[in-house]
Design a protein around this ligand. Structure first.
Ligand code: HEM
Length: 442
């Protein structure tokens, strides 16, 4: 007689879907689904708001889900997500129409070209892991000052006072791109992020704002920042921020690392690093506040100076609410995904591929007991900073910056949510956290 037991992964997936359905009963659960409308609208809603249930069902029943009539293909299992993100020649990025007009040709809008190979190589060599202790000190100072200045009678609105401001100040100090003032940097960062990564409805206004932000950044960097930094470098050749390192790097002309490339890559430091960091910090703090035991564990790790363990608390907390549920790619040639398995599917050239990074981090075939909060998972199971050719350029900086900002917040005495709506993340109808208030014993 054959083994009639239900396979382990089926049981785990069913429990996961049931579990995430319970959490969907939370009164703060987001907006009602579109009443009518195309299947595509419903799927966009499920991806955004019912991700765990929707992807949980797909992972089990249709792990590679091709929508009818040439629609997008949803990829849900960890191994398949990694396979897609490892094949940039086949599954290309889709950001060029938005990015090119704002920041010019950029590594994230190109696959297998000089823009990622040369530019990313040079930038990776300049953003040096040896800087991490210095970055930690700076972030710690910056974040605690932001907290002090933002606190009014023991209450603190985190987004405006800390989580957007702190990475902008670090961008000024460490990357060497301070901008004219913090408010302008916030506007440039938000306008570009909105268009490049969240303008699925192709709003003309959102696109125009991003082009304008790009033009303003270009003018500021070319006419103000670079001449000033060159002058400063002549006086003090030891200046060591990333813009100074970019200017001091001598490349022969045939390499093509010219002023245009320098300007474009400086813009990328702002575009990539502010809303992402802000959202990650806010969602980590939110998750920890919902888990008193883990909040206490994280605090103990911080108080004992165990940076590595504290960081694990952060990335694990973020796994329960990552900043992006998916990344998008386009299939450039017919390709058989998960070849040699029962779930294999042929993906035709031209199809948009929705790569379920959140779903992958919940796939019980790879991630043991995914609904459990664990601080001993292997690093490779976290896809917060992407995977493959386009893995985040700011990954090393973020691995220090994000936990360090979170640390300054969770160490506040008797930290708790503000009562009512103010103590819940307010997205203000957009994709980024706009307000989230906490209280502490100041
Ligand atoms: C918590 C903070 C951050 C998160 C969650 C994050 C996330 C990501 C992700 C998921 C990607 C890959 C996108 C894709 O594959 O389509 C990416 C790429 C990128 N990120 Fe970040 N990022 C963060 C912070 C930063 C910072 C501080 C910088 C500044 C250097 C930065 C610069 C970039 C750049 C330039 C790319 C493109 C890399 C390439 O195309 O090769 N990011 N980021």
């Amino acid at each position: 007689m054959g083994d009639r037991r239900i396979p382990e992964d089926v049981i785990t997936e069913v429990v996961l879907v049931a579990d995430s359905t319970r959490s969907a009963l939370d009164p703060n659960w987001p907006p009602a689904p579109p009443a009518k409308g195309a299947l595509a609208d419903k799927i966009a809603y499920w991806i955004q708001w019912k991700n765990d249930q929707f992807f949980g069902i797909l992972r089990l029943l249709i792990p590679i889900f091709r929508l009818p009539k040439g629609g997008p293909v949803l990829v849900t299992r960890f191994k398949d997500v990694q396979e897609v993100l490892s094949r940039p020649d086949t599954f290309g990025v889709v950001y060029a129409p938005m990015m090119d007009k704002s920041v010019g040709p950029f590594m994230l809008a190109r696959d297998n070209t000089v823009y990622n190979r040369r530019d990313k190589g040079i930038m990776r060599s300049l953003i040096d892991d040896k800087d991490h202790p210095e970055i930690r000190k700076r972030v710690s100072r910056i974040a605690s000052k932001c907290i002090q200045q933002g606190t009014v009678d023991g209450t603190l609105e985190l987004v405006a006072s800390v989580t957007r401001r702190a990475p902008i100040l670090l961008t000024g100090k460490y990357f060497g791109f301070p901008g004219p003032d913090v408010e302008t940097m916030m506007r440039w960062s938000k306008a570009t992020q909105l268009d490049m990564f969240h303008n699925q409805t192709m709003s003309g206004k959102v696109h125009d704002d991003s082009i304008l932000a790009g033009r303003e950044m270009w003018e500021y960097i070319t006419n103000e920042l670079l001449p000033k930094r060159r002058k400063q470098l002549r006086k003090n050749p030891e200046r060591n921020d990333i813009v100074s390192r970019m200017l001091s790097t001598q490349c022969p002309a045939h390499i093509g690392w010219d002023e245009g490339r320098i300007v474009s890559n400086i813009m990328g430091l702002l575009v990539g690093g502010i809303e992402t960091t802000s959202q990650a910090v806010i969602q980590i703090v939110d998750e920890l506040l919902s888990r008193p035991k883990q909040l206490d564990g994280a605090r103990q790790a911080a108080l004992h100076g165990d940076e590595a363990l504290f960081a694990r608390y952060c990335w694990e907390a973020l796994r329960f609410n990552p900043i992006n549920p998916v990344v998008f790619r386009q299939c450039n040639q017919d390709y058989r995904l998960a070849s040699g398995t029962f779930r294999t599917k042929l993906i035709r050239k031209g199809r948009v591929v929705v790569v379920g990074t959140r779903s992958a981090m919940e796939d019980p075939r790879e991630v043991a007991r995914p609904r459990k909060f664990r601080t001993n998972r292997p690093d490779y199971q976290y896809l917060h900073l992407g995977f493959g050719e386009h893995r985040c350029l700011g990954d090393g900086v973020s691995m220090v910056q994000v936990p360090e900002i979170v640390k300054q917040i969770v160490l506040l005495k008797n930290l708790r949510r503000m009562p009512g709506k103010a103590g819940q993340i307010d997205f203000g109808g957009g994709p980024f956290p706009e307000r989230f208030s906490v209280m502490y014993d100041a």
